[in-house]
Design a protein around this ligand. Structure first.
Ligand code: NAP
Ligand code: HSE
Length: 425
């Protein structure tokens, strides 16, 4: 029986889950893989903090070198979170010839090239399945099973907190602030939920997924990002009446050397497979030239679902003969041949408040027509304010810049633009 000695960096939600899974699943791991995993040291901030997991106190340390420089430890598993000091600790571990497994999307998205270079130099592994979509094995699918494909489109619900909030708003008609408070009470949202609701969490994950899908480095700063904080119940209700469901979508498309990567609230038709992904579930929908359409769905967060991905990586790393790495040029900057466009084509949901006078609709339609934006559907709601009327339009596909130009004319002339939400099919 082979014994692998590992060290933990962190022991919070995810670390605690990994500890319990390794402990409870040990007999099956030993039987199936002929390997035992022994956790020797666990780095935390405070050794006296009460913990829900059963890790013995004598394994805890606040000295990083106890994990990073112990020659008996051959694998370091990181779930501290944040860019630093996690990245520097992982780099030290890799330099010391220890394979690294991490759940940290921020560190991978921002410093992937440095981590990969260090791993390759030391001929050790770097694994990060848990960094994107928790239990869903999207990294492995992109890195191995779908290598036979040219992937041109990927759309995902990759943040559980925002999907929980938007699903509740859609189902119950409640307002954003009330549902967010509940998500925090349930432990879904972070105490400071900005990374979830402002779309940063999804943008980090998208930069990793899009890089693997397109075999080209896509940086976090290449991703256009808009969160859900401006979404109102009125938007969701109008979209619902028109046959759409609102999701925070992470979208990546590639046409030749042009790439678009964006995270923003998006209306999807009610019969789209992603529209049926509710609550804190995650899902990734993609299209490849050979596999065609595919969707993977599962739990994107939580101690055990995330531990499932981490322990999968640990077992793979413990038993594989040669560690593999992505084959694209993983550098600090994307390849110069690539263009990241901010002028994508999509459909738009536009909600305005307009003067309730003859000719208003004609003027709005005129400004859209002038910028080559064609209206597909329109809804007029009852007036909520004396003399003004809410109007909702869904356009045919138009370029982002054309839509913004039309909105600017409309605002100067005839209405107040209350919301603009992109629509995908
Ligand atoms: P968490 O509960 O806050 O745990 C963080 C752990 O790291 C704690 O044990 C903390 O020590 C330790 N730590 C943090 N900074 C440290 C430092 N400077 N020195 C020493 N120890 C330090 O976080 P989590 O929810 O487990 O998430 C961990 C990572 O997994 C993050 O990168 C997150 O994005 C990723 N992830 C989380 C989930 C999820 O559902 N939670 C899902 C997928 C991926 P103390 O315990 O002493 O405070
Ligand atoms: N905060 C993240 C989410 C979980 O809500 O999906 C970790 O990726």
């Amino acid at each position: 029986m082979k014994e692998i000695v590992i060290g933990f960096l962190g022991c919070g939600n995810v670390g605690g889950g990994v500890w319990e899974l390794l402990k409870n699943f040990a007999p099956e791991i030993a039987h199936r893989d002929q390997v035992t995993i022994r956790v020797k040291k666990v780095l935390v901030r405070d050794v006296n903090k009460a913990r829900t997991c059963s890790v013995p106190k004598e394994l805890l340390t606040t000295v990083p070198e106890d994990v990073l420089c112990d020659p008996e430890i051959s694998m370091v598993v990181e779930f501290m979170g944040g860019e630093q000091p996690a990245t520097e600790y992982m780099l030290t571990a890799l330099k010391n010839r220890k394979t690294v497994v991490t759940a940290n999307k921020v560190a991978v998205a921002l410093n992937w090239h440095r981590l990969q270079e260090a791993a390759q130099k030391s001929k050790v592994g770097l694994y990060y399945e848990a960094s994107v979509c928790g239990a869903i094995p999207i990294i492995n699918v992109l890195m191995s099973s779908l290598q036979s494909n040219r992937i041109d489109k990927l759309m995902g619900i990759i943040n559980g907190t925002t999907n929980y909030i938007l699903s509740r708003m859609y189902d119950s008609g409640e307002d954003y602030k009330i549902v967010l408070q509940d998500a925090q009470k349930l432990g879904l949202a972070e105490p400071n939920p900005a990374s979830d609701v402002e779309g940063m969490d999804a943008a980090y994950k998208l930069s990793i997924m899009a890089s693997l899908a397109f075999h080209a480095r896509v940086l976090y700063r290449n991703v256009f990002r808009q969160g859900i904080t401006g979404i109102t119940q009125m938007d969701i209700t109008c979209g619902k009446e028109m046959g759409y469901v609102l999701k925070l979508l992470a979208i990546a498309k590639r046409q030749g050397n042009t790439i678009e990567v964006r995270v923003h609230p998006t209306f999807l038709p009610q019969d789209h497979p992603l529209s049926r992904v509710h609550g804190s579930f995650n899902a990734v929908y993609l299209h490849g030239h050979a596999c065609q359409d595919m969707m993977l769905q599962g739990r994107g967060a939580g101690d055990m679902p995330t531990a499932s991905a981490v322990v999968g990586d640990i077992l793979h790393a413990a038993t594989v003969a040669v560690h593999s790495h992505p084959t694209f040029a993983n550098r600090a900057e994307p390849d110069a041949s690539l263009t990241f466009t901010d002028n994508w084509s999509t459909r738009f949901f536009v909600r305005v408040s307009a003067k309730d006078t003859p000719g208003t609709l004609q003027k709005i339609a005129g400004w859209m027509a002038q910028e080559n934006v064609s209206i597909a559907t329109m809804l007029q709601k009852d007036a909520v304010e004396e003399g003004r009327v809410p109007l909702v339009f869904i356009t045919h596909e138009a370029s982002e810049k054309a839509m913004q130009a039309a909105l600017s004319h409309m605002e100067k002339d005839v209405c107040t633009v209350e919301s603009v939400i992109r629509v995908e099919a």
